[in-house]
Design a protein around this ligand. Structure first.
Ligand code: NAP
Length: 282
């Protein structure tokens, strides 16, 4: 896979293309911050913007995209179905709300935010319907384990093309990545910087010094070279630009392996199996 520019795309199993790198919007919660942040990100080359019903900022992002008059075909918009609106009819209705708030007539990618046992197959059936109706171009999941994906395969007409999971050097989900890859599912990394928990790592700092790159840049490059699609979030202009400058250096195989060894199975977020059983984040 070539990795020479932030605007490059990669193919999805359903025939669509997805940018190789994206931007997270969790906790961008006022209009002025959203406007300034998205403007900086767009100018730095980000095209994929990740939101969710749960973030309560789809309306802010929708307003920003209108204000900045960004060309819709050049944007890649992702949203996610929240736990509380899972189920067949509920999902169809909830996505109408997302489209209205984002002021668009289609999403590029819709994900089920977390697996929920009670509505597991019905929600996916709604996702397939939304794709057939042209409301969403691609459908995927988030926080699915290998077991959830295998269960889904027993009834799905089509399988997810993306699985967005927590992934960073302290939670290196190599087995899940291998499974996704073997099944033509793109792995997106949420909290790709471990919500800052990994940024003080001395080993990564040393590797960064060698390349004259920051710890954040080394981590994002490690993810890209492993075929993962990172969606870092920042609301500081200099960091937004810094995070995008990861296409002008390359980590060696030894450096990749050294970072692989830092795994501690350390989560910043919820354990998917508990959300699956209880039906909610905790
Ligand atoms: N599917 C899911 O369940 C799920 C869950 C969580 C997140 N997500 C998505 O993934 C996106 C990213 O995850 P995240 O926001 O949790 O975590 P993250 O991207 O790993 O880290 C964001 C934090 O790191 C800081 N930061 C960013 N770049 C930095 C840099 N170069 N140097 C120093 N600090 C830096 C940010 O601070 P400032 O903003 O102050 O710069 C912010 O505090 C979210 O925005 C959301 O879209 C999805």
């Amino acid at each position: 896979m070539t990795l020479s520019s932030i605007t490059e795309t990669r193919p999805l199993a359903d025939g669509h293309q997805i940018p190789k790198f994206g931007f997270g919007t969790y906790l961008l919660s006022d209009q002025a911050t959203m406007d300034a942040t998205i403007k900086t990100a767009w100018d730095a080359g980000y095209r994929l913007f990740d939101t969710a019903m749960l973030y309560r900022n789809e309306d802010l992002l929708g307003n920003t995209l209108q204000t900045l008059t960004l060309p819709r075909p050049d944007l890649y918009l992702t949203s996610k179905v929240a736990e509380v609106v899972q189920g067949y009819d509920e999902t169809l209705k909830a996505v109408e709300g997302s489209l209205k708030r984002l002021q668009t007539d289609y999403l590029d990618l819709l994900l089920i935010h977390w697996p929920v046992r009670e509505h597991f197959f019905d929600t996916w059936r709604a996702m397939e319907q939304l794709k057939a109706d042209g409301k969403v171009r691609s459908i995927g999941v988030s926080n699915y384990t290998v077991a959830h994906l295998e269960l889904l395969a027993t009834q799905a007409k089509e399988m997810p093309v993306v699985n967005q999971v927590e992934y960073h050097p302290y939670l290196n989900q190599q087995a899940l990545l291998d499974y996704d890859t073997a099944n033509h599912i793109v792995t997106e990394a949420w909290s790709p910087l471990g919500r800052r928990a990994v940024l003080g790592d001395p080993m990564i700092k040393k590797i960064g010094e060698h390349h004259q790159k920051s710890v954040a840049q080394v981590i994002l490059r490690w993810e890209l070279q492993h075929g993962i699609l990172p969606i870092p979030k920042s609301q500081h202009a200099e960091r937004i630009v810094e995070n995008a400058q990861v296409f002008d250096f390359e980590l060696t195989d030894d450096e990749l392996s050294m970072i692989d060894l830092l795994n501690k199975n350390q989560r910043t977020g919820n354990e998917p199996e508990i959300v699956y059983e209880t039906g909610k984040q905790y």
